[in-house]
Ligand binder design. Structure first.
Ligand SMILES: Cc1cc2nc3c(=O)[nH]c(=O)nc-3n(C[C@H](O)[C@H](O)[C@H](O)COP(=O)(O)O)c2cc1C
Length: 310
């Protein structure tokens, strides 16, 4: 049997296939469908300090090979998460990672601090694709110095590992990746959704209530793979990369891995095939057996070694 375990930032994951924030609820919804403990990890829906209702409908639209969403980070807030949701995930035998966002640095710190004693949560994933209210709504992840300060501040305040999920809308993630590494981040998660728009030609209006939304799904796979490749080229194995964006089968997952991702997250694919993460896991196992690869981690960044510049 190939060895699929991955050990990063001091945590051992049974396999590298995780599910992405916002596309799998809190992990409990899927328990009726399959044994969620087969997953390497579950990343929760975004959690904030106070409850949030999210945006008005329409907040989802279908696009060629993908979807747009402008959910607006709807969630019950960290207190309700701990009271009502956490007890339900406590007995699921896999790791949980809490996806966190805030309106200012202090809120990120407060939400993470509230989760410090929740043992099932092994790490925090900071969603930095959200507006910094104290900076006139500019996204945390779109300004290198703001991002660096946020990561430093959270790292100084919490004990658990801190993963930073970058916004691809800056175009080049390398400077942001470097800033996160220097600020002490434990891993990078690449990528969040890309800003997009859809217009309904019947009504001649934008389909989403917010006009624009985040594009996800297979449509963004080549962009995500390019970004993982670029950041891995720059940082090497200095900082683990978790690949997310467009993954829907073993081929798309392995592209992320060969580009440099040590684990992958399955997102939008959960909506069109809830069993996708399990199928991906099984197909990666078969791929490794066929190619006689004993350890999954031998595949990480392998395309760089085999790459000959034309
Ligand atoms: C409906 C929906 C909700 C999402 N909510 C969050 C969220 O709360 N926090 C976050 O960091 N990313 C969120 N994402 C982004 C995904 O986790 C993922 O980064 C993105 O969709 C790209 O992966 P995919 O192409 O596999 O879906 C959301 C995506 C979708 C489609």
């Amino acid at each position: 049997m190939p060895n699929l375990t991955v050990e990063i930032f001091g945590v051992k994951f049974k396999n590298p296939v995780w599910v992405a924030s916002g596309t799998f609820g809190y992990g409990i919804e899927a328990l009726e469908l399959y044994d969620v403990s087969r997953l390497g990890a579950v990343v929760t829906k975004g959690i904030s300090l106070k409850p949030r209702e999210g945006n008005m409908p329409e907040r989802i639209a279908e696009t060629p090979c993908g979807m747009l969403n402008s959910i607006g980070l709807q969630n019950p807030g960290v207190d309700d998460f701990l009271k009502k949701i956490y007890p339900q995930i406590k007995n699921v035998d896999t790791h949980f990672i809490a996806n966190i966002f805030g309106e200012d640095e202090e809120e990120y710190v407060e939400v993470c601090s509230a989760l410090e004693e929740a043992d099932k949560i092994v790490a925090y994933e900071l969603n930095v694709s959200c507006p910094n209210v104290k900076r006139g709504g500019m996204l945390f992840g779109h300004d290198e110095s703001v991002l660096g300060r946020l990561v430093e501040r959270v790292k100084a305040s919490v004990k658990k590992p801190v993963l930073v999920k970058l916004s691809p809308n800056t175009g080049d993630l390398r400077p942001f990746a470097r800033v996160c590494m220097d600020a002490g981040a434990d891993a990078l998660v690449l990528i969040n959704t890309l800003l997009g728009m859809k217009i309904d030609i019947k009504t001649q209006k934008p389909e989403l209530s917010t006009f624009m939304g985040g594009l996800s799904g297979p449509a963004i796979l080549p962009i995500a793979v390019r970004m993982v490749w670029e950041v891995f080229s720059q940082l090497g194995s200095g900082l683990p990369i978790i690949g997310v964006g467009g993954i829907y089968d073993a081929d798309s997952a392995l592209q992320h891995v060969l580009a440099g991702a040590v684990c992958v997250q399955v997102g939008t694919a959960n909506f069109f095939d809830p069993y996708a993460p399990i199928k991906i896991l099984e197909s990666i196992e078969s791929y490794m057996s066929e190619k006689r690869i004993e350890n999954f981690t031998d595949l990480v960044g392998r395309a760089h070694q085999l790459f000959v510049r034309p």
